[in-house]
Design a protein around this ligand. Structure first.
Ligand code: FMN
Length: 162
C-alpha cells in the first residue's frame, strides 16, 4: 500500500476483533510517531504503549468500545515547548497512518479522554508537568467502513487565492 492509498484507507475504527498485535508492529507504529516533524525539532513527546488488559479496561473510561482494543497508546506532551500541540498532532497522524498501513484500526480518542486526564495520568504514572494529548486505541478492525463523510475537494481547494 503506498502512502496515498494509506491516507485514503484510514478511518476512525471503533470496533476490534481482539486479536493481539505483535510487539514489532507496535514499535514500528511508535517509530512513525517519533519521526514526525516538530517545531525547532524539539520532539516534545513521549508515547506509552499499554497492552495490559486490566489497564486497557481502566482506560476505556474514555469510551466503552475502546476496551476491545489490543493496545492503547497514550501520547504525552511537554507543553512548555512552543508548538507542542502541532508537534503532537503530527506525531499522532503518523501513528494513525503507520497503523493503517499495517492493517490495524485506530481512533484519535481525545475529546472523550481529556475529561479523565487526571485519572489517566495517575494510572499511567505520567509526571504532573506533562500533558496527555490523546489516547489511541489500536486493534484489528472488525470491518473497514466504506462510507466517508468528507467535504468534497472542490469545496476546500482554492487555487492561487481564497
Ligand atoms: C482532535 C480530535 C479529537 C477526537 N476525539 C475523539 C473522541 O474523543 N472520540 C471519538 O470517538 N473520536 C474522536 N476523534 C475522531 C473523529 O471523530 C474522526 O476523526 C472524525 O469523525 C472523522 O472520521 P475519520 O477519522 O474516520 O476520517 C477525534 C479526532 C480528532 C482529530
Amino acid at each position: 500500500m503506498d502512502l496515498y492509498q494509506t491516507i485514503q484507507k484510514r478511518r476512525s475504527i471503533r470496533s476490534y476483533t481482539g486479536d493481539p498485535i505483535p510487539r514489532e508492529d507496535l514499535e514500528k507504529i511508535i517509530d512513525a510517531g517519533r519521526l514526525a516533524p516538530s517545531g525547532n525539532n524539539r520532539q516534545p513527546w513521549d508515547f506509552i504503549v499499554v497492552t495490559n488488559r486490566d489497564m486497557i479496561q481502566k482506560l476505556s473510561i474514555a469510551a466503552a468500545w475502546s476496551a476491545q482494543a489490543s493496545a492503547m497508546i497514550a501520547v504525552v506532551m511537554d507543553t512548555t515547548t512552543k508548538y507542542w500541540c502541532e508537534d503532537g498532532s503530527a506525531a499522532v497522524e503518523n501513528i494513525l497512518l503507520a497503523a493503517t498501513a499495517l492493517g490495524y484500526g485506530t481512533c484519535w480518542l481525545e475529546g472523550n479522554a481529556l475529561p479523565h486526564e487526571n485519572a489517566i495520568k495517575a494510572w499511567l504514572k505520567i509526571p504532573a508537568d506533562l500533558k496527555l494529548l490523546t489516547l489511541i486505541p489500536i486493534g484489528v478492525p472488525v470491518e473497514w467502513p466504506e462510507t466517508r463523510n468528507k467535504k468534497p475537494l472542490d469545496q476546500v481547494l482554492h487555487w492561487e487565492t481564497y
